[in-house]
Design a protein around this ligand. Structure first.
Ligand SMILES: [Zn+2]
Length: 427
């Protein structure tokens, strides 16, 4: 595999973690939901191979990329008592929602709080009115794309932090370190991030993904998620002879959708509020129509209530339209990872707070109104909350991170590793 092109050299004054970030974002790793293979795009392997080469050069143990593009490496323990094996994960791919080829990183030193037009497309403006988090970063050195692409901080910030962490731990065996398994995954952005992840090869007891936006946040919960499909078979006849004969499937499906509470929709809820989201109707006819509805709720009781509500609606429609056949199928998709974390090893949360305390930061626990790789790993038995990596406004040309946030995420991750090294010895 040839060495990837890094057209824009990192400014020499940047700290090493930001230099890595600067180089990695210039390698196109856009994933492709239309491709069946893993990885969905071969270009993800270009970055994967670069990481393997760099891990080898720094002296990490057994860095390797498998056929699916997953990169594994080990940082050997420097503590004498073996504790739990800690996995740290970040994903190689970037979102297909915005262009990801030819990323040109741009440094905006000492941000002054004003709007920032990006030089490759002056109509793309970072604006604190729309992106209020910018206001908390006055004085930071912003990194953006030139406005024609996404930046790729999601999740090359995580990749850069983990690579710099590895370099420093390998270089200095006096630093406290449990056995750490690094893993760089593929296709996270298209929902397949752990499909081919070899959990046995990973061989970890606890894990964190470095894939969360912002600062000082630990994402510990996701929705409970299910999808309902309602299919209606009607009776279609010529409208001219339809009286008392026709049963219009399209009308019945519309009636169902109209009865979903409008104040329990993704567009009307936030925070811990759940919702019903009718997202796809098949081309409905009088003969047949169907609708697919996402159900989302943070609590088990709330999810049960949503399912019961939908069953009740369908039962009522069946009574009203006895000659229609109305089928309801509900499939569970994933479950709030908070549940699995509590059941398997809640220390992934308590030690994350201890790590924060050790460097004097206040770690806020937050929820994700969606799923993550960590949610699926937690469900598979590996408790995996999601740690902040400093970036903002992901999946868009407005994406940004800062040199200070990258340094901060690195410092926190170092504290996390040290905390596990010290504290994991006591059962
Ligand atoms: Zn991500």
């Amino acid at each position: 595999m040839s060495t990837p092109a890094i057209p824009v050299a990192p400014p020499a004054a940047l700290p090493p973690v930001a230099q890595r970030f600067w180089r990695y974002v210039q390698i196109d790793t856009t994933s492709d939901p239309g491709a069946d293979a893993t990885p969905s795009t071969e270009r993800q392997k270009v970055l994967g191979q670069l990481l393997v080469d760099e891990l080898e050069a720094m002296g990490a143990t057994d860095p390797a990329m498998d056929d699916h593009g997953y990169v594994y490496a080990t940082l050997s323990a420097t503590t004498r008592t073996p504790g739990p094996v800690l996995a740290l994960l970040a994903h190689l791919d970037t979102s297909p929602d915005a262009p990801g080829a030819g990323v040109t990183p741009v440094l905006h030193p000492a941000y002054d709080g004003s709007a920032v037009p990006l030089p490759g497309d002056l109509s793309v403006v970072l604006d604190p009115e729309r992106q209020p988090a910018l206001r908390d970063h006055v004085g930071h050195d912003l990194i953006t794309s030139d406005g024609t692409t996404l930046l790729g901080s999601d999740d090359k910030a995580g990749v850069a932090v983990l690579m710099q962490l590895a370099a420093e731990l390998v270089a200095d065996p006096s630093l406290p370190c449990p056995t750490v398994r690094l893993c760089f995954t593929v296709d996270e952005e298209i929902g397949r991030g752990v499909d081919k992840l070899d959990l046995e090869r990973l061989g970890a007891d606890v894990a964190y993904t470095l894939d969360g936006s912002g600062r000082d946040t630990l994402y510990t919960e996701t929705f409970n998620a299910a999808e309902a499909t309602v299919t209606v078979e009607g009776v279609a006849v010529h409208p001219g002879y339809a009286k008392d004969v026709m049963v219009n499937a399209a009308r019945i499906v519309s009636r169902l959708v109209a009865q979903l509470p409008p104040d329990e929709a993704p567009e009307t809820t936030a925070g811990r509020e759940g919702y019903f989201h009718p997202h796809t109707t098949a081309e409905g006819t009088a003969q047949q129509a169907s609708v697919r509805i996402l159900l989302r709720d943070f609590t088990d009781e709330g999810m049960a209530r949503r399912k019961a509500f939908l069953r009740h609606l369908v039962d009522t429609l069946r009574t009203q339209h006895p000659r229609a056949t109305i089928d309801l199928a509900i499939e569970d998709q994933y479950r709030n990872m908070g549940h699995y974390i509590q059941a398997s090893d809640p220390r992934v949360i308590s030690l994350a707070h201890e790590a924060a305390d050790s460097i004097g930061i206040d770690l806020t626990e937050s929820i994700i109104r969606g799923g993550t790789d960590g949610a699926r790993l937690s469900e598979m038995g590996l408790p995996t909350p999601n740690v902040f990596n400093g970036g903002h406004d992901y999946h868009s040309c407005f994406e940004w991170n800062t040199v200070q946030n990258l340094t901060h995420a690195l410092r926190y991750t170092q504290a996390l590793v040290a905390t596990w090294a010290y504290r994991s010895r006591t059962p």
